[in-house]
Design a protein around this ligand. Structure first.
Ligand code: NAP
Ligand code: ZN
Length: 348
């Protein structure tokens, strides 16, 4: 299918602009989706600007996709025309390696196919993401979206949601734990909501005093301003778990100082060099870890949990024509707390 409307960046210093893409004709196990909404992840900006050095242009970002099924291939079992569905950060993986067999496709040992900037086995070149009017995705990588939730506020669950849910579950966050979430942006605000829903005592660790009230409304029990050394000292050695969403390389030592003996801080944001002093870990048998999105099974579990507990993202809606201004606000830590694109605006 040619001439599908999309938005792309053609180089690392170019704005996003209208761009026509091609999508494959549906195969037997494919689902064709008309995209209603797409969230704006900070990763979209990293990729557009080539912050990680692996971008392929033109970049059509977008991996927080929600829409309706318009057509299914003949072997598709779980979806039919009209179903409300989601697509996250992956559209394929080998299905054969140990990670895939353990429902951890994000760690596919042969490389998962990212929703954008992945290798497109069908059309050649690289994959194009959700800043577009439609997408064709293998059934296995399509998620069911609970119908009771506000659809547009569901979109960010497909990346920001699962990326925070997965480490909270992996490190067994439970009732009564003191949990820190570093950075109140797209990921951080979902981290706060989930940690709160799991019964933890949640501390928002932020550089922005102006976000304190919002943090509490989102479910934080307390707010710690990371630039305030006095406050940081008071919380030394008291956290059971810290989820760190800082989007750039940074000095992790002040945060590691907040952990109790044997506690873990998991990085999800800094896919980058970070500063770490070994002594900070050694002296308290502490752990620094990382985590990448979540598998398809776990993503479905997260969506179902959100359906049951009525959890969605706090969003600001934009038309695709305003995407470049939205990027500037995200980079300036001024998003409340996820931009979502009304994808119907692409036809304007
Ligand atoms: P975001 O909306 O921009 O939020 C990041 C927040 O971090 C900011 O709002 C700010 O919060 C804080 N922050 C920013 N710069 C900081 C600095 N230099 N030092 C300390 N805090 C800082 O970004 P996001 O969409 O949540 O994404 C966060 C990161 O996760 C990005 O790098 C993204 O690429 C990555 N990511 C990773 C995965 C994964 O699977 N691991 C998945 C999705 C995204 P305060 O104002 O509260 O300080
Ligand atoms: Zn993302």
């Amino acid at each position: 299918m040619k001439n599908v409307n999309a938005y792309a960046a053609k180089s690392n210093d170019a704005d996003l602009e209208p761009f026509d893409i091609e999508r494959r004709e549906i195969l037997a196990d494919d689902v064709k989706i008309e995209i209603d909404y797409c969230g704006v992840c900070h990763s979209d900006i990293h990729q557009v600007r080539n912050d990680w050095g692996n971008s392929k242009y033109p970049v059509v970002p977008g991996h927080e996709i929600v829409g309706r099924v318009t057509e299914v291939g003949k072997d598709v079992k779980n979806y039919k025309k009209g179903d409300l569905v989601g697509v996250g950060c992956m559209v394929d993986s080998c299905q054969e390696c140990d990670s895939c067999k353990e429902d951890l496709e994000q760690y596919c040992e042969n490389g998962m196919v990212a929703t954008y900037n992945g290798k497109d086995e069908h059309l050649g070149g690289h994959t194009f993401g959700g800043y577009s009017e439609m997408i064709v995705v293998k059934e296995k990588f399509v998620l069911k979206v609970p119908e009771n939730l506000d659809t547009k506020a569901v979109a960010p669950l497909l990346c920001a949601g699962i990326t925070t849910w997965s480490p909270l579950r992996q490190w067994n966050v439970k009732k009564g734990d003191k949990v820190g979430v570093v950075g109140l942006g797209g990921l951080g605000h979902m981290g706060v909501k989930f940690a709160h829903a799991l019964g933890a005592h949640v501390v928002m660790i932020t550089t922005s005093p102006g976000k304190a009230e919002d943090a509490k409304r989102l479910g934080a029990d307390a707010v710690l301003i990371s630039k305030n050394e006095e406050d940081m000292k008071k919380h030394q050695g008291t956290f059971d778990f810290i989820l760190n969403t800082v989007p750039v390389g940074h000095d992790t030592n002040p945060y590691i100082g907040l952990l109790k003996r044997d506690a873990t801080m998991t990085l999800v944001g800094a896919i980058d060099e970070v500063d770490i002093h070994g002594g900070g870990l050694v002296m308290g048998r502490k752990r620094l870890a990382g985590s990448l999105i979540g598998g398809i099974k776990e993503t479905q579990e997260m969506l179902d949990f959100c359906g049951e507990h009525n959890i969605v993202s706090d969003i600001e809606m934009i038309d695709i024509q305003n995407i470049n201004e939205a990027y500037e606000r995200v980079v300036n830590s001024d998003v409340k707390y996820r931009f979502v694109i009304d994808m119907k605006s692409i036809k304007n």
